[in-house]
Design a protein around this ligand. Structure first.
Ligand SMILES: [Zn+2]
Length: 306
């Protein structure tokens, strides 16, 4: 094969990352820009185009060396037609034909998908979900995202919107969620809610990092906080485990740094509540690829489709 490299783009609410990867998905060049520097949609698109050209020039590569460009995007997208429906945390994007725009400006094959799907793909091919043909990957952060591998392939649903574990309701009359519904898991275990509850318990300001650290030192209040998070997450996961009979659940994102404290408690919640056959089958792991999962997943998407 004459094409030797893939360019991957991982757009988040905070950072815009671009990477050059080889066909074994090793990152050999990485650029990180601040997303907020680009107020308008047009300037964000131009920044991607400029950065791709910069990487090609810096590495002395021609377009013919590149298999394609993969993009991981923070919101619902139509991956077949390359359309961004909207981004919940970046204003100004509505039904944008991003694939068409970038193909024209970069003259390379363009593939895109949402970031949770790509993180899932990366963890399945190269990370903690490797070998587990029925698995769910969850990212815990400001939002709670997820993606599903069913029978060894990414399961997209009918409109590429499957896997939204963060919007599984766990309380009929619960707190209002960003999606407009009530009682979603995300409204209970999103970063801001965890911090809010920890502040109340500790009667002072506290960060997630400190909360994780204190739990590892067996601080009672910190352990209580994580137990609560694990019970809520476990409740939503019991539904998923019973429904899908999964092999593995992979937990990533900042909150996963609480580590064993969180993972053990989630497993316990599943053992207590899910049906016995399903509970016995499922294993819980921490995500392996960390911050690079988005770039790696975007590169895998290109290779799978080329
Ligand atoms: Zn919701």
């Amino acid at each position: 094969m004459s094409k030797k490299f893939i360019i991957a783009v991982d757009l988040g609410g905070t950072n815009l990352k671009l990477g050059l990867l080889n066909l074994d998905f090793k990152i050999i060049h990485k650029e990180v820009l601040r997303t907020r520097k680009f107020f308008r949609k047009e300037s964000l698109i131009s920044a991607i185009v400029t950065c791709v050209n910069t990487i090609l020039e810096a590495r002395g590569l021609k377009r013919s060396d590149i298999l394609g460009i993969g993009l991981g995007l923070p919101g619902p997208v139509d991956e077949k037609n390359g359309i961004v429906h909207f981004f919940p945390n970046i204003p100004g994007w509505k039904e944008v034909r991003l694939k068409k725009i970038l193909s024209k400006r970069l003259r390379l094959p363009i593939f895109l998908d949402n970031d949770a799907n790509l993180m899932t793909l990366a963890e399945y091919k190269l990370g903690a979900a490797r070998g587990f043909k029925n698995s769910l990957c969850i990212t815990l952060g400001t939002g709670v995202g997820g993606g599903l591998i069913i029978n060894g392939s990414l399961y997209r649903g009918s409109s590429n919107a499957a896997g939204e574990i963060g919007h599984v309701p766990i309380n009929e009359e619960g707190a209002r969620c960003n999606c407009g519904a009530r009682g979603c898991l995300e409204a209970y275990i999103g970063n801001s809610r965890i911090i809010q509850e920890a502040r109340r318990l500790f009667r002072r300001d506290i960060s997630l990092e400190e909360l994780s650290l204190l739990a590892k030192r067996h601080n009672r209040l910190a352990l209580n906080t994580w137990s609560k998070v694990a019970r809520r997450l476990g409740l939503a996961l019991c539904g998923v485990v019973n429904l899908l009979n999964l092999d593995a659940i992979i937990i990533g994102g900042g909150v996963a740094n609480a580590g064993e404290v969180l993972l053990d408690r989630v497993k316990k919640a599943i053992n207590e509540q899910a049906m016995s056959v399903q509970a016995k089958q499922v294993k819980i792991f921490k995500a392996k690829l960390g911050n690079d999962a988005g770039l790696i997943g975007a590169a895998i998407l290109v290779k799978l489709n080329s």
